[in-house]
Design a protein around this ligand. Structure first.
Ligand code: XMP
Length: 518
């Protein structure tokens, strides 16, 4: 394992991901774990990640990490901190804030740059530059603003760049990471999805032991993959709960039931039909925040009830009363608080779909915590989940409830479900599914417009198509769907869904729009 030691950097997870892309297993650990514990894990190499800002002091790097005889890669603020720790000289600069610099002077004899072009684009974002490398170091890249843009001390096995090789704008960043792993640290690229599964299955077995766990399936890929992993690990000690709140898309509940049944492992699936309950609680409510609160609250109550039922039903089983573990499909982008790497804590706050019971004390099982979405998908496929689940678009917990502008009713939901199903069908048929991050369809239930059909007047509702491209849902741009596909979608919706007589396209970015309308 390569440990990325995170001293409050923004891209520690990205570094770990790049290392895994090079087929070497990597995990992020916070520096607060302490040098002793980090070294006790016997990492094959260390990466030091830190931030350099004008207002905060650089972190103090624990000497033991640099002298343990383990290869070290220090990048960006981490490089500055290491240089600082080893007696080099730094100077503040304002010229390296969010810059992409074309560097012309790279030593291709250096381990990190061997076999690469001697001119490269490098992405830097630091508030200091290195003016003098520490004793024993050779400068391996330089530039006017960065007299020591990169340096190495082969004997001490310490390598560093002032730029961030994990960022895509660094043209040879991945090549430098590979060189660190395979030349400097002499590692073997042998990590694979099978190993993640093996590793996680073992960890889950150890955590859960002979106790019981439950998982809430949301229909999303994350919870499905997490459930499948836990199912593989502990079989029928897992009960999956799926709450149909009536705000799901067309056929969603059936698809989930089928997919879960197909991924063998013996876990039980409890389907709860709470449609009537949710819809009556939502009746007449059109304020988005209020909708979200009601849905969240209902979800908590339903889940609590399910948990109580599971315990009651299996009263003969001594472990059943100990439904102690809750499986969550938390993936790295959801991990707000880095520093919680052991993967278990008592829930304090709401999660996802209106969260989980605050007063229920579960221990969390989060086997996907270190993974990115595409890695989660690879694991899902390996575990035998069907493409409909694995390649499913992100879908918000409150479901179609936040895609109806206006009050929610069964009739309105049915209209939206039909229109949404057509959009999904057409995008799938045109092979665009994997390109598009998400394509919500929004019903403007309080808006009506005049139209004409078969020579007669119509007075129906518009739907909005909201296809977006995104990397992580934090920002998004509208997806440029070819006109002929849009045309087909529009014709099908207006002819097949009575009550919808207009289709409009949302071309707003995020920001200023959000992806969902509510
Ligand atoms: P916005 O609309 O904020 O959405 O741009 C960003 C991403 O989050 C999803 N989303 C949610 N997911 N519970 C969820 O599980 C929610 O309450 C929720 N609200 C928005 C949205 O679909 C998009 O992927």
């Amino acid at each position: 394992t390569v440990i990325v030691v995170d001293y409050g950097s923004d891209d520690a997870q990205l570094l770990a991901r790049r290392i895994r892309e090079a087929k070497v297993y990597s995990e992020v650990h916070p520096y607060t774990a302490g040098a002793e514990a980090l070294l006790a894990a016997q990492p094959a190499a260390l990466v030091i990640a830190a931030r350099s800002s004008a207002t905060e002091a650089l972190p103090q790097i624990d000497d033991r990490l640099l002298t343990a005889g383990i290869p070290v890669l220090a990048v960006s603020g981490g490089f500055l901190a290491v240089v600082n720790a080893l007696g080099g000289t730094l100077a503040p600069t304002t010229e390296l804030s969010h810059q992409v610099v074309n560097i012309n002077n790279l030593d291709d004899n250096a381990a990190l740059f061997s076999g690469q072009d001697s001119a490269q684009d490098v992405a830097v974002n630091v508030a200091h530059t290195v003016t003098e490398a520490p004793e024993g170091f050779v400068v391996t890249a330089w530039d006017t603003v960065m007299p020591v843009a990169a340096a190495e001390n082969v004997e001490a096995q310490i390598y560093g760049t002032l730029w961030d090789p994990a960022v895509e704008a660094s043209s040879h960043g991945q090549a430098a990471i590979r060189n660190f792993l395979f030349i400097a640290a002499d590692l073997t690229p042998d990590w694979s999805v099978d190993q993640v599964i093996e590793h996680q299955v073992a960890a889950i077995r150890e955590q859960i032991g002979d106790k019981r766990a439950i998982v809430g399936l949301s229909g999303g890929v994350d919870s499905a993959v997490a459930a499948a992993l836990v199912q593989r690990a502990v079989g029928d000690q897992l009960t999956a709960v799926y709450v149909n709140h009536g705000l799901m898309r067309k056929d969603e509940s059936t698809e989930i039931e089928r997919a879960f049944g197909a991924s063998t492992g013996g876990a039980k699936l409890v389907m709860i039909d709470a449609e009537a309950d949710f819809l009556s609680a939502l009746e007449g409510v059109s304020d988005p925040e209020q909708k979200r609160k009601i849905i969240g609250e209902r979800f908590i109550r339903t889940f609590e009830q399910a948990q109580a039922d599971i315990v009651a039903e299996s009263a003969h089983d001594p472990n059943a009363t100990d439904v102690r573990f809750l499986v969550q499909g938390t993936v790295y982008p959801d991990v707000i608080e880095s520093g919680d790497a052991d993967g278990s804590k008592v829930i304090k706050s709401h999660h996802n779909v209106g969260g989980l019971p605050e007063d229920l004390e579960f221990e969390l099982v989060e086997p996907l915590r270190q993974l990115f979405k595409d890695e989660v998908r690879a694991v899902g496929t390996k575990l035998g989940l069907p493409d409909e689940i694995v390649w499913r678009q992100p879908f918000p917990g409150p479901g179609l409830g936040i895609r109806i502008v206006g009050a929610i009713s069964k009739e309105r939901l049915d209209l939206l479900r039909e229109a949404d199903a057509i959009v999904r069908e057409e995008l799938t048929a045109s092979g665009l599914d994997r390109e598009i991050w998400q394509s919500p369809v929004v019903l403007l239930a309080d808006v009506r417009s005049v139209g004409v059909n078969d020579g007669g007047r119509t007075y129906g509702h518009p739907v909005v198509l909201r296809p977006v491209h995104s990397e992580d849902a934090m920002t998004a741009s509208f997806a440029r769907i070819p006109y002929d596909i849009l045309d087909r979608i529009s014709q099908r919706i207006t002819s097949e869904v009575a009550g919808i007589n207009r289709v409009v396209l949302d071309i707003t970015g995020k920001p200023p729009g959000t992806i969902e309308w509510e």
